[in-house]
Design a binder for this molecule. Structure first.
Ligand code: AMP
Ligand code: MG
Length: 348
């Protein structure tokens, strides 16, 4: 398949971007796939009311069919078309954080959206993204757009046009090149179907920010275990993973250097994922700087690109520093734990 590319400058006003975006929207209306930038990562969009269109997402990504998709809208008023009821907590969250990196799970109205998109669940996950191109595309299509991250399943998510191009050229109808994304990690997913909402995935909006608006929320066990009890045997689920074996190292810089030297003595090519503050300390084959420890939002922005870089550098082992799991740090640690297949080494 020939993959068309539209180059769109997100900083110009909506009337200027409209011709290309309108063309991409026409492709979506024909039930074909279009990848587009959002403020979190690039999304792979399809008409979420069509089984035919949505199936193409699962095929192009190699995504397991039991993993439902987030439905993207361009106007809060659209939500009621897709859900049976909007609880007060959800209303407050939408008013505060939309458009933005927060996905809200609600009870689905049947017969509107493709069952394939929602993996046959009784609930649906909805988000209104805060990106001028994403919003213009959804609006121009006039459709609710199902969009997971625009990468091959299991690989790090795409934060640059080149990542999408690498993974999906030839497999989808088109890509809107709108430059780098902003937040760098996916949206926070919160289930508002229970009286006390539950965070299912940490992301761009922190638990602390959510609790400031609606009070205490729960955090799903799978998220907690990813941080607190990484050796839990049930967690075989690999995601965001570079090709090399990756370990998170919970210890001092000296301990990390000790591990680097040990692997090198075994003939391994060792890469380190570190930050601006610590990079000059290490002697390794590859040292990749992933943002500043003093500003974790920069680590989130750089995270997936850094993980992808290790693939190009053909390292055998990646040793990664860890981060405090508060604020955006919670999303960073969640993604790193999955990328490392929950392998963590702790200094004694
Ligand atoms: P992705 O778009 O690939 O970053 O992933 C979307 C995330 O939202 C996945 O973790 C899904 O399992 C989750 N998700 C989508 N729909 C639902 C739903 N109805 N209930 C719970 N989680 C959902
Ligand atoms: Mg994804």
């Amino acid at each position: 398949m020939n993959t068309k590319v539209w180059v769109v400058d997100k900083s110009v006003n909506k009337s200027h971007i409209y011709p290309q975006v309108k063309e991409a929207a026409e492709v979506l209306k024909q039930n074909e796939l279009v990848a587009f930038p959002t403020e979190t990562v690039y999304g792979l969009g399809a008409n979420s009311t069509s089984d035919e269109a949505v199936k193409k997402i699962y095929e192009a990504k190699g995504r397991p069919s039991d993993n439902p998709l987030i439905i993207h809208i361009s106007d809060i008023a659209e939500v009621e078309k897709f859900v049976t009821h909007i609880p007060e907590t959800a209303k407050k969250l939408m008013e505060t954080f939309w458009p933005g990196p927060l996905t809200i799970v609600l009870t689905k109205k049947s017969g509107v959206l493709s069952k394939v998109a929602t993996a046959n669940l009784s609930t649906v996950a909805i988000r209104m993204p805060e990106h001028p191109i994403a919003l213009a595309l959804i609006e121009a299509s006039g459709l609710p757009i199902a969009a997971p991250s625009a990468n091959i399943s299991g690989k790090p998510s795409p934060t640059k046009f080149s990542h999408v191009e690498h993974d999906l050229t030839g497999k989808i109808a088109g890509i809107i090149n709108g430059g780098d994304t902003g937040v760098g990690v996916e949206s926070t997913v919160i289930d508002c179907t229970s009286e006390i909402p539950t965070i299912l995935r940490p992301g761009g909006i922190s638990k602390e920010a959510i609790e400031a608006i609606i009070g205490a929320v729960d955090v799903d066990q799978a998220v907690k275990q990813a941080v607190i009890n990484p050796k839990s045997p049930g967690m075989k689920y690999k995601h965001y993973a570079p090709s090399a074996t990756m370990y998170l190292v919970n210890g001092s810089k000296n301990y990390i250097q000790h591990l680097i030297s040990q692997y090198q003595s075994e003939g391994k090519k060792v890469g380190v994922l570190t930050t601006e503050e610590n990079a000059s300390f290490y002697h390794a084959d590859i040292i990749n700087v992933c943002g500043k420890r003093s500003d974790l939002s920069t680590v989130a922005q750089r995270l997936y690109d850094t993980l992808r870089l290790f693939d190009q550098q053909h390292v055998d082992i990646i040793l990664s520093e860890v981060f405090p799991p508060q604020g955006i740090g919670s999303a960073i640690m969640n993604r790193l734990m999955k990328a490392a297949n929950h392998q963590i080494m702790t200094e004694k």
